[in-house]
Design a protein around this ligand. Sequence first.
Ligand SMILES: Nc1ncnc2c1ncn2[C@@H]1O[C@H](COP(=O)(O)OP(=O)(O)OP(=O)(O)O)[C@@H](O)[C@H]1O
Ligand SMILES: [Mg+2]
Length: 461
Amino acid sequence: MKSTPSALHPPLKHKLLVVEDDSSIATQMKWALAQDYEVLLAEDRVTALDMFKQEAPPVVTLDLGLPPHPGEVEEGFKALAEMLSQDGHAKIIVITGQGEKENALKAVGEGAYDFFSKPIQIEELKVVLHRAFYLSQLEREHDDLRKKLSAEPFEGMLGTSPQMEEVFASIRKVATTEAPVLILGDSGTGKELVAKAIHQMSTRKEGPFVVINCSAIPETLLESELFGHEKGAFTGAHMQRKGRFETAQGGTLFLDEIGELSLSLQVKLLRFLQEQRIERVGGREEIFVNVRVMAATNRDLKEGMKEGRFREDLYYRLGVVTIALPPLREREGDILLITTALLHRFSVENKKKISGFTPQAVRALQAHHWPGNVRELENRIKRAVIMAEGSKITPQDLELVSQYAKYEGHGLKEAREGLEKDLIERAISKNKGNLTKVAEELGVARPTLYELMEKLGLSKK
Ligand SMILES: Nc1ncnc2c1ncn2[C@@H]1O[C@H](COP(=O)(O)OP(=O)(O)OP(=O)(O)O)[C@@H](O)[C@H]1O
Ligand SMILES: [Mg+2]
């Protein structure tokens, strides 16, 4: 007999849950609908809800009158609410007794997809079911698409964790304002990217985005770098020079490592924030500049205020809006998302065919503490792509070999012996074979050391 593939694997039927306490109606419905759907039957609310949770049927027909009070609608309404709170996309078609239009309408008001009154016209029900399944599938596809789209970078920033969603929401909110923004976060968390994103989304995006790192320039030069100087302002000032504030005219000035700014420059910055005016070094007139200031630091400015290193008034001026970037390890799901994107990017750049990570590498990526945050992740993946010899990246390629990795899959006894052997070998080589010193260092008597070495198969030479 010849059988076509489709006969071997009939297309999967969609699941339909029929909640009906009258067994003759239930059987009749099952019989009529079994050809098109995988029909699940439940006779009361609790069973129905269990099935709903287990099988996740996209469509349900729900008799409102269920035991223990089949004459009333309470159980039915309860079931409706519970199912909808479980899956908001579920299409629930309510079935009522005759002359109960009011309840039917109420159910629709509470989220039911449609209603039917008994006796059920099967052909009519089939049409409604067909449309309900279609709609539910469409909604789910739409949802999936939206999720995929949100994995697209936000102005170059990747992240779908709730923590980063919150950051993106703040960026959207502040981008259109003129307020200064203070960006806080550990090193490598993306502070500069945030500043750029805000600039790009603001009305100043056609203007310049000027970055200055306050800790990279000696204090004596920083003042003129920021505010410019007049000719002859100091030895070596052969001509007038504009500072970064003036270069940023019409755009954004990003002051990185603001925590390092000296107190006297803090005063000048504060004056700008209050009056939008600056004075070049050695200059007499004030110059109006139209610049939005953003600042970033990985230092604790509050600590700086307590110690008198950072002016409180400046802190409050700058921090009208504060955006705090969470450390990478706290961003749920983002490590793998960013990792995948970077792997793709660096493989293309290096013309290497790497298909992914070994399971051990994935585990190592998730277990690592990421003190250097996204910058560290970038560096590790970049390096791993260059080092990788196989088609999958290993913990070794990432330089994330855990000290426990070699004991994985061993029992305690073997692990203990492995560790003992390692320690003894190390001590022997460190003490150049002097076993008296080795025993001393390891805190055991010499005979014990000999015994151990014999047991572990270590030569006494
Ligand atoms: N969410 C992200 N998605 C993708 N890349 C990111 C993300 N956050 C940061 N990066 C990348 O990580 C690196 C560090 O980012 P950035 O320079 O903005 O961090 P930072 O907080 O200013 O660091 P530092 O404190 O060291 O100056 C950059 O190469 C940046 O492109
Ligand atoms: Mg930075």
